[in-house]
Ligand binder design. Structure first.
Ligand code: TXA
Ligand code: MG
Length: 334
C-alpha cells in the first residue's frame, strides 16, 4: 500500500511529530530533496530508515535540526569554520561534518567519530523540526542507489507501509542534495558538491575548501554514500553524450532497434520521448530527478542525456549525472 500524502496543515504536522515521537518514519520535504525522516535519538527509528531504504548500515545519515538548535547534543565542538558557515548559510542546503558528541548513536554516524548536521530552509521541514524539538535523521527518501525524490508522489510510491505519512511540500526548489563540507579536521573539505558552490564557501571562510582529491593526499577521508561510483541511478541504461554527438548516437541506437529517451537542450530528433533540459544550472538541478524518473517510467531501452557544461556552477549536476550513468540499468547497483 502506498503511503498517505497530506498537505502540511497544523494537524498533519502534529501527526508527523507524533509518528516521529513513536519511532515511526515520515516523508519530509526539504528545499533539496525529500527525506525519509526518523528520530535521530532513537536507534530503532534509525534502523527502520536503513531497512526501508535497503541501505548498508555503515553509511552515516544527516541529522536535521531547527534554526537556532543547541548543537551540543550532536557535535562535541563547533569549530570556527563551522560557525562562520552556519552564520552565512543556515538555514539552507549545506551539511556540515563535525566532531561527534558522546551519546550520538553509532547507527547515525556509521560508527565514525563525526556527525553530519543540516538546518533545512523549507518551511515544512522547519515546522516539523521546531515542533519535534530534537534532531531528525533523514537520508534522501529513495531506495539505496536510486534516483532521489523531489515530490511527495515520488516518496509515496517508493516505500509502501514502512512510511505511513508523507507531508506534501511541493516540488523541491533546489532539486539536488545539499553541499557537504567536512569541517571536523584542519582544513575544510568538499565531500559532495551541491547548489552552494565551494568557491562561495571559500569566500565565507577566507580560505580554500579542498577537493576530496586534495584532502585524500593529506589524510583518509570519511565515507560518503553519494561518493560511491554508482548512485542516483535510473533502471534504464543511461549514457551521457556531448551535445554535438547526440543526434548520431540516437540514430545509431534507433537503427539497432532501441527505443530511446533523451534529455537535452535541443530536440535531437527521433527520440521515443524527449524532455527539454534547462540551460541554467539552477533550473536544471530543480528538474533533474523528476526528469530521470519520468524517462525511466516509459520502459525504454536507453536514456541519452546531453553532457552538462564544464564549470563550477554545474558541478552538482555533473556529479549526480556521472554516477547515474555508472549505476544505471536493471539490477544495479547493489
Ligand atoms: O540534501 C540533503 O542532504 C538530503 C536532505 C533530505 O536533507 N539528505 C541526503 O541524505 O542527501 P543522504 O543520506 O542521502 O546523503 C547524506 C550523505 C551520505 O552520502 C552520507 O555518507 C554523508 O551524507 N554523511 C552523513 N554523515 C556523514 C559523516 N559523519 N561523515 C561523512 N559523510 C557523512
Ligand atoms: Mg541519497
Amino acid at each position: 500500500m502506498a503511503a498517505r500524502i497530506d498537505f502540511p496543515t497544523q494537524a498533519a504536522i502534529d501527526e508527523a511529530v507524533a509518528v516521529l515521537r513513536a519511532g515511526g518514519l515520515i516523508g519530509l520535504p526539504t528545499e533539496t530533496v525529500y527525506g525519509l525522516a526518523g528520530d535521530a535519538a532513537n536507534p530503532a527509528a534509525v534502523a527502520a530508515i536503513f531497512a526501508a531504504k535497503g541501505r548498508p548500515n555503515d553509511h552515516p545519515v544527516i541529522v536535521h535540526v531547527a534554526p537556532g538548535a543547541d548543537l551540543s547534543r550532536w557535535a562535541a565542538r563547533v569549530p570556527d569554520d563551522a560557525r562562520r558557515l552556519i552564520d552565512a548559510w543556515w538555514p539552507g542546503p549545506l551539511t556540515l561534518i563535525l566532531p561527534r558528541a558522546q551519546g550520538v548513536d553509532d547507527a547515525v554516524t556509521g560508527g565514525q567519530d563525526t556527525v553530519g548536521l543540516r538546518c533545512p530552509s523549507h518551511p515544512v521541514a522547519q515546522a516539523v523540526l521546531a515542533a519535534f524539538g530534537g534532531g531528525v535523521a533523514a537520508p534522501s527518501a529513495n531506495r539505496f542507489g536510486r534516483v532521489s525524490p523531489t515530490t511527495a508522489q515520488h516518496v509515496a510510491g517508493e516505500f509502501g507501509d514502512a512510511v505511513p505519512l508523507v507531508l506534501d511540500g511541493g516540488a523541491c526548489e533546489v532539486g539536488i542534495e545539499s553541499t557537504i563540507v567536512d569541517v571536523s579536521g584542519d582544513a575544510p573539505v568538499l565531500l559532495r558538491p551541491g547548489h552552494i558552490a565551494a568557491a562561495d564557501l571559500a569566500r565565507t571562510l577566507g580560505r580554500p575548501v579542498l577537493t576530496r582529491a586534495q584532502a585524500e593526499a593529506l589524510r583518509a577521508t570519511p565515507r560518503v554514500s553519494g561518493a560511491l561510483a554508482a548512485h542516483y541511478a535510473p533502471r534504464t541504461p543511461l549514457e551521457l553524450v556531448a551535445a554535438e554527438a547526440l543526434p548520431a548516437r540516437l540514430a545509431a541506437a534507433r537503427a539497432a532497434g532501441q527505443a530511446v529517451g533523451a534529455w537535452s537542450r535541443r530536440d535531437p530528433g527521433g527520440a521515443a520521448r524527449w524532455l527539454a533540459a534547462p540551460a541554467e544550472p539552477e533550473a536544471y538541478a530543480h528538474q533533474l530527478y523528476a526528469a530521470l524518473r519520468a524517462l525511466d517510467g516509459h520502459g525504454l531501452d536507453l536514456l541519452l542525456v546531453e553532457a552538462p557544461p564544464d564549470g563550477e556552477r554545474w558541478a552538482g549536476v555533473r556529479d549526480r549525472l556521472g554516477r547515474a550513468a555508472v549505476g544505471s540499468g536493471p539490477g544495479t547497483p547493489v
